[in-house]
Design a protein around this ligand. Structure first.
Ligand code: FES
Length: 203
């Protein structure tokens, strides 16, 4: 037997099933039902041109059922949720929400004089926002650590006596003024008092 002729004969044999499937799908559509609706996939078995069964009676004919979609969604959420939570936490750490200090000045102790050597710094939280207490010789100063460009957390570089932002390289001097980079404003500062060997800040 010539191979090519056998193939043509099988292809011809599959035509009635394909036609019937199209009629069936069109009928379901006319009745306002989707071909893949549960319980309505009763079209005849489909065959390819080689006569192989591609789906059985009631199969979805390559469409995703609601049950499969639900399972895929649950599995996807199971894996995506912790990843999204980690990404959100990382973003919140790098770019904390902007905060505006309002209300009466609140005087709090943030360090003992002996805690901070000249040129060094000590980080602290004031009204839920990050600050750095720096010591320039015998003078203490306190600045917000939130960059005025896009809100990343700046680092104090004691040997250079500057604040540097790791995000876009803004540089602030020991007075909080912008030295270089894209930051539009100086770093906000707090009032600092030293009394009884302790350092206090207030807004
Ligand atoms: S956020 Fe600091 S330089 Fe851009």
């Amino acid at each position: 037997m010539i191979p090519g002729r056998a193939r043509v004969a099988r292809a011809d044999a599959s035509v009635p099933a394909a036609v019937e499937n199209r009629r069936c799908a069109a009928s379901l559509t006319r009745r306002g039902r989707r071909y893949s609706d549960t319980g309505l996939n009763k079209c005849p078995t489909m065959t390819d041109v080689a006569g192989n069964q591609t789906s059985g009676s009631g199969a979805e004919h390559g469409r995703i059922t609601r049950r499969e979609l639900l399972i895929d969604t649950v599995v996807g959420l199971t894996f995506a949720t912790p990843i999204l939570a980690a990404v959100f936490a990382a973003v919140r750490y790098i770019i904390p929400p902007a905060r505006v200090i309002t209300g009466a000045a609140e005087r709090v102790q943030v360090a003992a004089v002996a805690d901070v050597a000249a040129g060094q710094s000590k980080d602290f939280i004031y009204r839920d926002a990050p600050y750095a207490l720096i010591r320039i010789d015998n003078e203490f100063r306190a600045f917000s650590k939130v960059c005025t460009h896009l809100g990343c957390i700046v680092d104090w570089k004691g040997n250079e006596r500057i604040f540097r932002c790791p995000c876009h390289n803004a540089v602030f001097d020991a007075s909080g003024s912008v030295v270089s980079g894209p930051a539009p404003r100086p770093l906000p500062h707090l009032k600092v008092e030293v009394a009884g060997g302790k350092v206090y800040v207030s807004a």
